[in-house]
Design a protein around this ligand. Structure first.
Ligand code: IVH
Length: 685
């Protein structure tokens, strides 16, 4: 009965997904969809014996891939030869025409600017997804690809038993802009462009993070055992019938043409219209359409002879530099920015361009009043390529790089080996103070709702906060009088701040904004030191002995804890009850959910310590076992789990459970984490 319902739900949800993400038609309300998904989720949890890696419930991700296996491609993944001029296209046409006696057609397509992917289906099920790699072997990124909603996990219609399809994973512009907007609000570094971000996303270890990225995929090549058609164009029609998202045939994304003039019109059309597309393209692909002729013409070692890419040049315009001003970042890094006479480029109006650093100003010999060439590739911030010296006037003097911070007037320093100047007056320089607070409240750090950049500005300007500890003193009555502050927003801030007190130690460590201590380093430190006191007193040798901590990070941590201001801040935060040590779970939460289960614990953990995991296993009726065997029920795996254990586990098909899953399993949530008693006693420095 349950299996029947599970199957029914999977078919239904696959159908709704396909309709929504591939055909753009919504068949059910979000509410109904969520209810069905919830029902499926509950049944699947109750019946792990009916597990299906391609269940629609897998779309949200959750699998962790520590290292991506290299797998050989069935056919090499070639690249395309590039051309930048219309003459190259004419040459290509005459080369092809010489090789072919009969009439033939060309297929003109968009060249999607993303990352190539090969998808393998057996009996209508997605079994593998590989990156291009070196063209011969690619990396197995199946778990991550399963989260891309427009890629079917289960095919429909009359599909062949085996097929391979290739395409491009892209980051649609609107989703990319939204992601960067969120990152800006969280004080995180912005991603440079959709292509690199798509490529980075597909290699993330945590597939639930990939699911959040809203990637998309267009397909452009199909390999079948027995081809049923001689036309690449018809391949698209077949793929569409089987449930794939092909380039929209109706939107002129693909066009079958018979003459080189028509190829040129396609190129010209998209050169003008490409800025209206909701994703980036970097050119046009021209292919011989007939599959038998493609075979006849063949490939070189690197690329097919039957296809060519026409790449659009990054658009360049010239404009005037009205001024150069200097921005101060969260870390005190100074970035010179050119204030430009507004100019339209690639469909958007550009008013500013980053000049990176003092060396770049010298290299370009940039002066105020110059006319410059500006280029916008895929990047968000346009680049100044060169100065138009023919327009330079004698009165324009070389730029004098600033010596003092434009915000707080402190003298700037330039560290050895670094290109940027820094303001090191970090505790008294307003953009640095605000930047630190904004980093602290970020989603991946303390995740304090309701405190965005604007609110931080308001609170700072009103003198209510001058450092992150001040957040914990905020009262609703202090916030309410601020401009445009409603009762509800004020309440949200106070509640958000309060809720952050239980945020795990590694996130708090990341939130402090110690130079070079990013998310990953913070996890390593939290794993090793387990509480702030032992980290505070760690000397250089102790620090560099920690996994992945090098000289630069160690020095930065020591510097941080040398400062009396930083120590005072930490003492204040300890006083407010923030979680400065790894969590301990309350004993009264014991269950028999793991009764008689034989469990191996391996690797390092982030939220609780390894010993705590072991204690929790016993508390919930399980048994701790040291080595993996066929009688092992599950392995709780942390970071850097030993490869021999992992291989053995895979061979014996033993269930692997990550830390969060385990805590979920025994129903531990943030609220059951004991509030750590404030750490007593002063540390002497
Ligand atoms: S056909 C040689 N068609 O461009 C393999 N490729 O620079 C046949 N690409 O590796 C590729 N859009 O990742 C083809 N419409 C399209 C494409 C396309 C983007 C990518 C693809 C390929 C790269 C070559």
């Amino acid at each position: 009965m349950s299996l029947l319902r599970i199957k029914e739900l999977r078919t239904l949800l696959h159908k709704y997904n396909h309709s929504y993400y591939v055909l753009n038609i919504s068949l059910v309300s979000d509410f109904e969809f969520d209810n069905l998904m919830c029902e499926l989720d509950t049944l699947e949890k109750k019946h792990p014996e009916y597990e299906d890696v391609n269940s629609p419930s897998k779309r949200v991700g959750g699998d962790i891939t520590k290292s991506f296996n290299s797998v050989k491609h069935q056919f090499p993944m070639l690249s395309l030869s590039n051309s930048y001029s219309k003459e190259d296209i004419v040459d290509f046409d005459s080369r092809v025409s010489k090789l072919i006696d009969n009439t033939f057609t060309y297929l003109c397509e968009l060249k999607y600017d993303g990352v190539a992917i090969s998808l393998i289906y057996e009996n209508g099920q997605l079994v593998r997804a590989l990156t291009r790699g070196d063209g011969v072997s690619g990396e197995d990124v199946t778990a991550n690809v399963r989260t891309i909603t427009s890629i079917p996990l289960s095919l429909i219609g009359n599909y062949p038993e085996k097929l391979e399809v290739r395409g491009e994973i892209i980051f649609p512009r609107p989703a990319f802009d939204l992601l960067n907007k969120e990152r800006l609000a969280n004080g995180e570094q912005l991603f440079a462009n959709p292509r690199n971000t798509a490529s980075g996303s597909i290699k993330l270890q945590d597939s639930s993070e990939v699911a959040k990225r809203k990637l998309d995929c267009f397909l452009y090549a199909l390999f079948l055992d027995n081809s049923v058609t001689n036309s690449a164009y018809e391949h698209y029609e077949l793929l569409k019938k089987w449930g794939f998202k092909t380039p929209f045939l109706d939107k002129n994304y693909v066009k079958s043409v018979s003459t080189i003039d028509e190829v040129m019109s396609f190129i010209n059309y998209w050169e003008k219209s490409r800025n209206d597309l909701p994703f980036d393209i970097d050119g046009i692909v021209v292919k011989v359409n007939e599959l038998s002729l493609q075979k006849l013409i063949g490939n070189t070692a690197k690329s097919p002879r039957w296809a060519i890419a026409f790449k659009y040049k990054a658009e360049q315009v010239s404009t005037l530099v009205k001024n150069v001003f200097y921005q101060v970042g969260r870390t005190g890094a100074i970035t010179p920015v050119a204030d430009l006479e507004p100019v339209e480029i690639s469909g958007s109006v550009v008013k500013r361009a980053s000049v990176h650093n003092a060396d770049q100003i010298l290299k370009l010999d940039l002066r105020i009043g110059d006319t410059v060439f500006v280029e916008k590739g895929g990047e968000i911030i346009p680049k100044i390529i060169a100065v138009d010296f023919t327009k330079r006037n004698k009165n324009q003097l070389p730029l004098d790089y600033i010596k003092c911070c434009p915000e707080c007037n402190a003298e700037l320093v330039r560290f050895e080996g670094e290109a940027q100047h820094y303001c090191i007056n970090s505790n008294d320089c307003p953009p640095q103070i605000k930047g630190k607070i904004s980093h602290f409240v970020g989603r991946k750090q303390m995740n304090i709702d309701g405190v965005g950049e604007e609110t931080i500005d308001l609170l700072f300007n009103a003198g209510l906060i001058a450092n992150v500890a001040d957040l914990y003193n905020l009262k609703k009555e202090d916030i309410l009088p601020l401009e445009r502050m409603a009762e509800k927003s004020a309440e949200n801030i106070v509640n958000g701040v309060e809720a952050s007190k239980v945020v795990p130690f590694h996130k708090l460590l990341f939130a402090l904004g110690i130079r070079y201590v990013g998310e990953t380093v913070a996890k390593k430190l939290a794993n090793h030191f387990e509480n702030i006191q032992s980290l505070r007193i760690a000397d250089f040798d102790t620090l560099v002995n920690v996994d992945e901590i090098g000289d630069k990070i160690a020095e930065s941590i020591i510097d941080y804890f040398k400062s009396p201001i930083n120590n005072e801040l930490i003492d204040q935060l300890i006083g407010f009850g923030l979680n400065f040590e790894k969590a301990k779970i309350k004993d009264e939460l014991s269950t028999d959910l793991l009764k008689d289960k034989k469990i191996v614990v391996s690797g390092k953990f982030n939220i609780v310590s390894r010993d705590e995991i072991k204690r929790l296993i016993e508390l919930n009726g399980g048994k701790n076992i040291s080595s993996v065997s066929s009688s092992t029920d599950m392995i709780i795996c942390g970071e850097n789990m030993g490869p021999s254990k992992l291989n053995k586990a895979k061979k014996l098909e033993i269930k692997l459970v990550v830390e969060e899953e385990f805590l979920d399993m025994i129903k531990v949530n943030q609220h059951s984490v004991e509030e750590n008693p404030p750490i007593q006693g002063e540390i002497q420095f």
